[in-house]
Design a protein around this ligand. Sequence first.
Ligand code: SF4
Length: 513
Amino acid sequence: MSHLRAAAARGLRRSGRRAVSAAAGKRRKGASPRRGAPAPAPAPPPARHLFSDPAEVEALRGNLLAWYDKCKRDLPWRTLAATEPDADRRAYAVWVSEIMLQQTQVSTVIDYYNRWMQKWPTLQALAQASLEEVNELWAGLGYYSRGKRLQEAARKVVSELAGQMPRTAEDLQKLLPGVGRYTAGAIASISYRQATGVVDGNVIRVLCRLRCIGADSSSPAVIDRLWDMANVLVDRSRPGDFNQALMELGATVCVPRAPLCGECPVKQHCQARHRVEKELAFASQKLFGKPTPVPDVEDCGVGDCPLCPPAAEPWDSSLGVTNFPRKAAKKQPRVAQTATCVLERRGCHGAPEYLIVQRPSSGLLAGLWEFPSLPLAQGLQEEKQREVLADHLRAWTGWPVVAEGLRFIGEVVHIFSHIHQTYVVYSLPLDGDVTLDPALSPSRWVTEEEFHASAVSTAMKKVLKACEKQRGEESSPGKGSKRKRGAKPQGASSTRPGTQLSLRAFLQAPTSS
Ligand code: SF4
């Protein structure tokens, strides 16, 4: 985080100059500061963006905690944190929940969390697990490197820290791989009652609204300011509950699009709400023809204040409190295409089996299993895609694969955080076995049930579903196929839809490639 702090400091220094434009203007007109003179200290943010009144801080803590005690959701990690007497086990239980909850909804996490804690109730148990087991349990939760890093860190605690979790946020962040400032603060405050704040997406939203912070909430300067604020606010006697209450408020009341301000336990401390109420009051006075005073709702220094909305994007009355927070435009995800081939054979009792191959141990979806796949160059025509996939399968299996034998199923789109991925799906039914060179990527045949129990990504589950749907349509007379490309299945000319290609046909070598 040191680079972040340094960047934040740089941002604040820049912002500080903007925040004191009048003084800066005077300096510009006058003589330059003497060489060697100490740089002027950055100006503090305007009061409306701070929690500088101790009485208000105290009241906000009390209101928020009283609401949390009454309204908090019953969640398995909260129960464990409250009932587990062993500090290491408690910290581990919180840690697992925090890692799983990154970028993932609570409702999705609960089941994964319960299964994880049942399988690996302690750090020691997790340290002994294989990466394959971790990936299997994590399958479907997304952002797979989280599980891997959690296990690596557990191994480190066991092997290098004598099985004892670091006891402060600073040490947690310093000593555990994959534990950042937020996770360290959450573990330390919830498990050890360290009075340290946390800042996650929910907290950013709540704080930006409470203090009308409209500058880019992903900028280091604003993030740094929010951390300061969270550390001021955190309740000294119940830090873990306070942090969870702030996050709970963001998750259930101060939600992104339609916040429930009327039910909010801290509405009397909310500057954004205050501003909306004032605007409504002015509007109604105007409606009844009463003289309207100049509204006291201006940003504190349009264009100058480092925490106010930028001058080019002023307060929009139609948005109300959802004017905050604001983010710089998100970078568009990279567009990518991958050809993938579902190799299928009939297993015991005629049930289908699929060939899956393991991805490399680093990079996107590291160590997960997938159908044989190949990234495609942009703008490749279908015929060419088929050829390169056949080439790939040929090189991979060491056997001749006929491009025409690949049957187009459809396209499956999956959005990763930074990639808009389209899988161009083909299938190749076989009636014999294919044994791959063990020196290549590990591979195995799996039944449908085994496929779903394996460490496969959600995208691959979608791919299989597309194949099954296709098969279902073909076996239902009259329904027809909904393939996007071509009117009939593309494959070996002797292959009817729904029939299997013989291994001989699969291996039929083209005379030239
Ligand atoms: Fe959020 Fe509304 Fe509460 Fe303000 S009053 S913190 S905007 S829910």
